[in-house]
Design a protein around this ligand. Structure first.
Ligand code: KG4
Ligand code: ZN
Length: 336
């Protein structure tokens, strides 16, 4: 079963050809990072124009790299929620058009479920139920995953997403966008105990997250209490930046690890899965793996290419929806 996947929910235009849910024949990702970096964040209008400009080339490349013909494709899949509405619509329109022309079923998937599924592409032996944490630029969500196609939401952020906190703190520290990978790197030279930033756990037993407080705490730390003019942050030495980055990262990682492990115990999960861009973070991978191993729970995360937005995770998940005959009509809509 050969499925073409398309992903345009944010600032990556991606298309992939995946066979039987895990054989990735191609996974083309056209990143728009350079277009957005000078604005310090994703500009929706620019994202939409770039998706429109590149989507056909990206699909063509995915098909030719997989050495197949369009007529070999058994189904077209697309992430139609959540994301930037204009960006989602471009991928969805391309997917609907191909489904109509090729007379093949259309399968819509949830982008967050696809981030969780990404681990399954490289690890056949994930047992369910699993506690799954999606940490990306737009989301921090916990799911109780019952199967490849059944995801029960059990917690999420009430304000900033984890990746958004990394990117905003990066801006305070004068780093580039997106700042997550740089904070990860710089932290290796910093002392994570240098500053005790607050860890927000919300109500006892809560599986929700809040990261806006820590971002403000970093700003106050850099500015003193007078943070009104955030553009005038006093010059920091490289070591100060490394210490702040490492201390901030440690606080975010502690909360993510503690809540994920709490959920795994609460629901007696057989596995822990992480996905999304922040799942590339080396400290998160290390601390969560250590905590899971101590409790004898197998922990899974995808390789870096499959952590970031990509269409292979979409086509892989769609294979299981195909098995359950979960098809969408051409009237299906995009939901932000
Ligand atoms: O999943 P993704 O590619 O796009 C969204 O769906 O948002 O995630 C992008 C996010 C950005 O906020 C970026 O800063 C963050 O993932 N990120 C990281 C790392 N690599 C990417 N955050 C922390 N550590 C990293 N190594
Ligand atoms: Zn994503």
């Amino acid at each position: 079963m050969i499925i073409l996947g398309i992903e345009t929910s944010c600032d990556e235009t991606s298309a992939a050809v995946v066979e039987d849910g895990n054989k990735v024949h191609s996974n083309i990702v056209a990143s728009q990072q350079d277009l957005h970096s000078k604005f310090g964040g994703v500009v929706p209008e620019i994202a939409c124009r770039a998706h429109t400009d590149t989507i056909i080339t990206v699909i063509d490349k995915a098909v030719s790299e997989a050495s197949i013909k369009m007529s070999n494709i058994d189904a077209i899949s697309i992430a139609n929620t959540p994301g930037l509405i204009g960006a989602l619509l471009i991928g969805l329109t391309a997917a609907k058009t191909l489904s109509w022309i090729l007379k093949k079923p259309l399968i819509t998937v949830n982008h967050l479920h696809a981030h969780i599924y990404a681990s399954k592409i490289e690890n056949e032996d994930i047992d369910y139920p699993a506690i799954s944490l999606v940490v990306s630029g737009g989301h921090t969500s916990l799911f109780l995953t019952h199967s490849e196609t059944n995801y029960e939401p059990i917690g999420g952020t009430i304000d900033d997403a984890a990746g958004e906190a990394f990117d905003k703190v990066g801006k305070i520290l004068g780093l580039g966008y997106p700042a997550g990978p740089e904070i990860d790197n710089i932290s290796l030279k910093g002392n994570e105990k240098a500053i005790q930033f607050p860890r927000s756990y919300l109500k006892k037993g809560s599986l929700d997250f809040s990261f806006s407080g820590i971002k403000t705490a970093v700003l106050y730390h850099c500015m003193g209490q007078d943070s009104r003019n955030a553009s005038e942050i006093p010059k920091l030495t490289d070591q100060e930046i490394a210490d702040i980055a490492a201390s901030f990262q440690e606080a975010v990682v502690d909360v993510l690890v503690d809540k994920t492990i709490f959920a795994a115990n609460k629901f007696t999960s057989k596995s822990i899965i992480i996905g999304g861009g922040v799942a590339c973070n080396s400290r998160l991978r290390q601390k969560l793996t250590d905590a899971a191993t101590r409790r004898d729970i197998p922990m899974f995360y995808p390789s870096k290419k499959l952590c970031m937005d990509n269409a292979a995770m979409v086509a892989g998940l769609a294979y299981h929806k195909y098995g359950e005959k979960e098809f969408s009509s051409l009237e299906v809509e995009a939901m932000p």
